[in-house]
Design a binder for this molecule. Structure first.
Ligand SMILES: Nc1ncnc2c1ncn2[C@@H]1O[C@H](COP(=O)(O)OP(=O)(O)OP(=O)(O)O)[C@@H](O)[C@H]1O
Length: 519
């Protein structure tokens, strides 16, 4: 049973520290098992610390509406299961906004003018508040969905640069890539938080999370999500002015057109007139002091006008070197979401979906083999599938284990193809996890603990390294492969209905994945 004590100031009952710690730790572990990154799991756990109990309902306050509505609410069932697990009784779990913060927000709001409180999604140019006395008239047209105008403008700049003997900025303005949209983005646990954040921002730009800062290693889909936000908004609001740039484009604009050509006003107008600014790879602003100052002002202006800003980076804001602190703190004030490298199951899903899209015929054994080796990012997976497709065209045959292994060896020449884990490694991890001897795992005993461990090991040998049923039977010293088939169906059945079994299964799988990553 949870222990509660009365909060003398607020009058309601609070969970005591120890009960809270146990509950939080279990929650965090469960969220990690469900595939959330450690950082996100910790954040969510903190956000939903229970604050009071009302009959059978445990209530927590979470003022972050994005996390509350999109990440935590869909997991209420899991949270209630953990509560039951902790305290042996079924509780309802309810997440409410923090009344204290909401009250103060109401108070703060009441100081604002009527005009401010009527702010709409994309205020019309004349409605900007409150600093918008002098209306900026952009002399240039947006590239948004009218690239023709943008190219004309580019030609004019180029002529000017030629005439004045200045280095020419040949960069063409960027356009949104219509193929990179939410529909073509493969959702998996490792990118779910970032995906949901982008979807929420695209539904309600400028109002929910500003700026939205997406960070993560290369090739994991940050740019894809950025385009998806732009494409989604343009679908709903066709005249929205969406500017998609990389931070290098910004540097080019400021240095070439602003400083060299002396048209800084135009550069400022271009940025201040947009409704949505999508900036890719902000880390390339490092060490460019003048550009950082300019970006700081652009950011502030757009932010004050409640224009949506979405930024991507390969690092968490605080870890980007040589970027002004005040810029970092602006980035930190919004919603920060990370994308992690996909886990084994996610990689299999990505491989199968992408292969299907390009007309590459691969069976599950091949997708498991690829997923075992292409571990770092989606770009790497795409490259590999393109190689296989080329091979399929040239030979007229679908990929086989042998042809895929050859291509894998070419792409991963460091010998990692051979050094991947085998059934023995899986057996060892399973035996360690259940704290049983290898002999018991491999033996004939029908003791439940041994049988469960054996079934899991067999199942994972198939799922994670794509071993054939007969090969698994051999590896476990079984003459009859129907034992393996029975293990497969038993595991599937227990995964559906037995929480403890599922917990053990997920933990073992994570341990094997970690081993694969380290190989
Ligand atoms: N979840 C996904 N679903 C579908 N395609 C994806 C996914 N993640 C990445 N991709 C694809 O992988 C490729 C690389 O992704 P993207 O360019 O968005 O990565 P990035 O994180 O921006 O990398 P970088 O930091 O190097 O710019 C793109 O072709 C993208 O469409």
């Amino acid at each position: 049973m949870p222990r509660w004590r009365q909060n003398p100031k607020r009058g309601y009952f609070m969970l005591d520290k120890e009960s809270n710690q146990i509950f939080s730790e279990k929650l965090r572990t469960r969220f990690i098992e469900l595939g959330l990154s450690k950082q996100t799991a910790t954040k969510i756990t903190k956000l939903i610390t229970p604050v009071k109990i009302d009959g059978n309902t445990i209530i927590s306050y979470c003022s972050d509406t994005f996390y509350r509505d999109h990440i935590i609410s869909p997991k209420i069932d899991e949270i209630e299961k953990i509560a039951k697990d902790c305290w042996g009784k079924a509780y309802d779990f309810k997440i409410e906004g923090n009344p204290i913060e909401e009250n103060s927000a109401v108070k703060t709001k009441s100081f604002k003018t009527n005009k401010e409180s009527q702010i709409t999604l994309f205020p019309d140019e004349n409605n900007y508040f409150p600093e918008k006395k002098k209306k900026l008239k952009p002399k240039i047209s947006f590239q948004e969905i009218t690239p023709v105008n943008a190219i004309k403008e580019e030609e004019i700049t180029q002529k000017f640069e030629e005439k004045n003997n200045l280095p020419i900025n040949n960069e063409k303005p960027r356009t949104l890539d219509a193929t990179q949209n939410f529909g073509t983005f493969i959702r998996c646990e490792s990118n779910l938080v970032a995906y949901s954040a982008c979807e929420a921002v695209a539904k309600n730009p400028g109002n929910l999370s500003n700026p939205l800062f997406i960070y993560g290693a290369t090739g994991l889909g940050k740019t894809h999500l950025l385009h998806s936000v732009g494409n989604e908004i343009i679908q709903k609001i066709p005249n929205a002015k969406i500017l998609y740039i990389t931070s290098e484009d910004f540097v080019n604009d400021v240095i070439h057109r602003g400083i060299r050509v002396g048209k800084m006003d135009e550069v400022r107008s271009k940025y201040s007139a947009c409704d949505v600014l999508l900036v890719d790879d902000i880390q390339f602003l490092e060490k460019k002091d003048a550009c950082q100052i300019e970006f700081f002002h652009t950011f502030n202006e757009l932010y004050q006008k409640r224009k949506q800003i979405v930024i991507t980076s390969d690092k968490f804001p605080k870890d980007i070197p040589n970027i002004e602190e005040r810029l970092k703190s602006r980035f930190l004030q919004g919603l920060l979401v990370d994308i992690e490298p996909p886990g084994f199951e996610d990689r299999v899903a990505i491989i199968e979906t992408k292969a299907n899209l390009i007309g590459l015929k691969i069976n599950q054994e091949i997708s498991f083999l690829i997923a075992t080796h292409a571990k770092t990012n989606v770009r790497e997976i795409q490259g590999l599938l393109k190689d296989l497709l080329m091979n399929q065209h040239m030979t007229g045959r679908s990929p086989t284990i042998e042809s895929v292994t050859t291509i894998l060896k070419r792409r991963f020449p460091t010998g990692s193809v051979e050094s991947t884990i085998d059934t023995a490694a899986i057996q060892k991890v399973v035996a360690n996890h259940f704290q049983i001897k290898m002999a018991d795992l491999m033996g004939q005993s029908r003791q439940q603990k041994f049988v469960i461990a054996r079934h899991i090991a067999m199942f994972l040998a198939k799922e994670m390294i794509g071993l054939q049923i007969v090969a698994i039977a051999n590896a476990f010293g079984k003459k009859d492969h129907t034992t393996v088939l029975h293990a497969m169906s038993k595991v599937k059945e227990l995964l559906e209905k037995d929480d403890e079994f599922r917990g053990n299964f997920i933990q073992v799988k994570r341990k094997i994945e970690a081993l694969m990553q380290s190989n």
